[in-house]
Structure formats: C-alpha cells, structure tokens
Design a protein around this ligand. Structure first.
Ligand code: ADP
Length: 411
C-alpha cells in the first residue's frame, strides 16, 4: 500500500443493489471517530432489470447528484459503472490513494469475530455460511468477487454484522433446544446490525465522557429492521436478533418474537408452505402486517387522524420495545444509558417518549423539549435528574466499516 493511500471504498452489496461510499480516512489509521471524510456516496439499484438506476453524489467536489437509468446486467457491470462515476470525479479505483475496499458481510458465524482481510480461504468460509444466511451472504460474496477481480492487488476487508455479538455468553447465545441438533445445524443466536451497535455504544460512551469499558448501554437500533443489544463495558452480552434477523423487536415488515408453534399451526391448519410462512413473517408482518404501513411517519400521521389500526400497531411496537428495555436492564444489572438510533430511533420523538414512559422507577425519563429538538448530532434527551441517560445517537455503519478496514490494513 502506498504511503499516501488513505481512501477506503465501502461496499454494501445486496441481491439487486450495491450501496457505496468512498471515504478519506486521513493520516491517522486509528484516530477514532473523528477520521473519515466522505468523498462520494451512491447506490445502484434494480441490478439485473431493464430499469436499473445509479445515483452518484460526489461530495468532495461539492458536486451535484447524478442519476443514470438503464439496464445494468449484474454486479460486475454495477461495480464498473460505479468505478466510472468515481473516475469522472478524479476518484477512480485505480488511484494510488485507495488503501482498501471494505465489504459489509452480513453473516460471519462464530469464526469471524473481527474484520478480516479477504483471501481465498476467507471467501470459502463466508461461502460455508450461506446455509445460515441464504438471503444475504450470496450477494455479499458476489460483491467481494467482483471487487477482487477489479483490483486484485488491493486489500479487501470483510466487516461482519455478526462480529460484535460474538462476545455474547453461551447462556445468551444458545436456544434451549436439543444441543446435538442445534450444533449439527449451527443453530444459535448470532445477532445482526453489529456494526451499528458497536459504533453507537462507543459513541454513547463518548457522549457521557467515559471510556466504553466504563459504561453499560442498551442500544435500540430502530430502522426498517430493528434490534436491541445489551452492551456491558463495550462488549455485547445480549441482542434481540437470533439465527436470522427475524427474532426480537417488532419491525417494519418482520414479526420479531413469536411462539414458534405459530409456524406449525400455519402449516398444519392453514395449509401454508414453508416459503409462504417465511414470506408472511419476514415481509407481511410487523408494522405493515398490523396496519398496512411500515413507515413510522405515516403511522404517526394516521394516529393523529384517529386511526385505530395504526394506534394498535404503534402500541404493539412500543410494548415489545419496553419489554426489551426491561429485560436488558435486568441482564446488565446497572444501566448507564439507553441509546436510540437508525431511521425511527433518530427521528421519531413519539417512539422515544412512549418507549420510556412509565419507567421512571427504573431511572428512565425523557425531557420533552430535548426529545422534540431535531439534530444530526449525538445528544442526550433525558432530564438532568434521570439516573439513566437517554441518548439519540445517529448511526454510521459505513464510517464504522471504513474505520475498521483502514485500521486493519494499517495494523
Ligand atoms: P433500514 O433498516 O432500511 O436501514 P432506516 O434506518 O433507514 O432503515 O430506517 C427507515 C425507517 O425510519 C422508515 O421506514 C421510517 O419508519 C423511519 N423514519 C425515517 N424518517 C423518519 C421520521 N422523520 N420520522 C419517523 N420515522 C422516520
């Protein structure tokens, strides 16, 4: 790697999309969260369709957003199109300033507990995990293969969604099912959104003026997908997603926790196939299943108009959230902060207010004025007297991936 190489390209490859960000990490490989200037961000969507779309914004040049429509056949073509856009801004992938490519990889199983430089053996191991992450890992693998073909000489790093959760103790990670069956099929709780939970728990400690090792934090990542985690002294000790991202909180389209016997019932009594049940619980449940909308803004608007279904969906969402706050308070013993993040957590003041309402005895409260104020910065929204800090901490998974990637290739 060249001494001047300080840029990291972050790639998040989905089955029909690629999200990317090019960041300049500055001279200090591990100078903490301050490092990381975004040079360009973008997205290719509907890969494989006639109506593919590339949206590219060159932030460094203060440039305008550029949109291109037209068929992009596969991930290889998508990445080449991204490379061409970057090159047009003088940020091409052949630049000696590019230090590495950091890939988001959803499932790292138990083996990958930290970001890892990708070689053939690592790629083979990520492939071995496809049976436990059939929806996500194949797309991530395609992204890695494509990027390696484009720049075979460049370090490529995998940053795993599951890695932060590998510190969970066995009693939190294991399901209470037959051990031999569980082990034969690698069934256990892995957890997801780990990059976000790591970043937000660290940022929350920073907000409190403490080292992560000194604080216990409950992180509530509430996006379209949603998960909670209990982080003790910087290490994850429990999280709400499990073998797959279906377990836990009520989400935009996923049910979260459910009696597993519901699935037998749907099969035996309702005659549904496994795939139909999978689609029901992952795509037609959660907020959308309950009230037809998964966007919290729309749900709040309907509630304001007196819509009962939207109200009930909101109440079910909040009830589940409260249960996890209570459960993780018990798991942690002492809680220093509850941090809200992601689309809903960062923006929906009514969700934050309702989630901690009535928990004063547990030391939790929000200040109405602080909660209502909008900001893109990490901030406290609890009143001074509250024993537990309540924080809003915008997540930044791309920055976290870039930081971990850059630190690793400079290690
Ligand atoms: P993803 O899981 O897709 O990354 P995000 O973290 O971007 O999701 O969150 C998307 C969700 O955030 C939307 O579905 C919507 O419910 C919610 N959201 C976004 N902006 C607002 C807002 N201003 N008020 C309330 N909810 C919002």
């Amino acid at each position: 790697m060249s001494a001047t190489a300080t840029r990291v390209l972050v790639l998040n490859s989905g089955s029909s999309s690629v999200k990317y960000q090019l960041l300049d990490m500055g001279a200090e490989p591990d100078s903490g969260s301050a490092a990381g200037t975004r040079l360009a961000v973008g997205l290719v969507e509907r890969i494989g369709e006639e109506s593919s779309r590339l949206v590219h914004t060159p932030l460094a040049a203060g440039g305008e957003k550029r949109e291109t429509e037209g068929a992009i056949a596969d991930h290889d073509a998508a990445l080449k199109a991204v490379a061409a856009e970057l090159a047009a801004d003088g940020l091409g992938l052949d630049s000696p300033e590019l230090a590495a490519i950091g890939h988001r990889v959803v499932h790292g199983g138990l083996k990958f507990t930290a970001p890892t430089v990708i070689d053939d053996a690592v790629l083979a191991e990520i492939e071995r995990l496809v049976p436990v992450a059939p929806l996500h890992n194949p797309a991530n693998i395609t992204g890695i293969r494509t990027a390696r073909a484009l720049r075979p000489d460049l370090p490529q790093v995998a940053v795993f969604d599951t890695a932060f959760h590998t510190t969970m103790p066995e009693h939190a990670a294991r399901y209470a099912i037959d051990v031999a069956t569980a082990d034969a099929h690698r069934i256990r709780r892995y957890g997801f959104h780990g990059t976000s939970h790591a970043y937000v728990s660290r940022k929350t400690a920073e907000l409190l003026g403490k080292d992560p090792s000194e604080v216990n934090v409950i992180v509530l990542h509430l996006g379209n997908g949603a998960s909670a985690s209990a982080v003790a002294g910087g290490r994850c000790v429990d999280t709400s997603m499990g073998l797959t991202p279906l377990e836990g909180l009520v989400m935009g389209t996923r049910s979260g926790d459910i009696d597993p016997a519901v699935t037998f019932h749907l099969k035996r009594v309702a005659g549904m196939s496994t795939d139909e049940i999978d689609a029901l619980l992952n795509k037609k449940s959660g907020l959308v299943g309950l009230c037809g909308d998964n966007d919290m803004r729309e749900i709040r608007r309907r509630i304001d108009e007196g819509d009962e279904r939207a109200r009930l969906a909101f109440d079910i969402y909040i009830h589940r959230l409260k249960k996890y706050i209570g459960a993780y308070s018990a798991v942690l013993g002492k809680v220093d902060a509850v941090a809200f993040t992601a689309g809903v957590g960062e923006n929906a003041a009514p969700v934050r207010e309702a989630a901690v309402a009535g928990l004063e005895e547990m030391g939790l409260a929000v200040d109405a004025t602080l909660n209502a104020a909008r900001s893109g910065e990490p901030r406290l929204i609890s009143p001074d007297y509250a024993r537990v800090a309540v924080a809003v901490v915008p997540t930044d998974e791309e920055l976290e991936i870039a930081q971990q990637t850059y630190a690793l290739v400079n290690a």
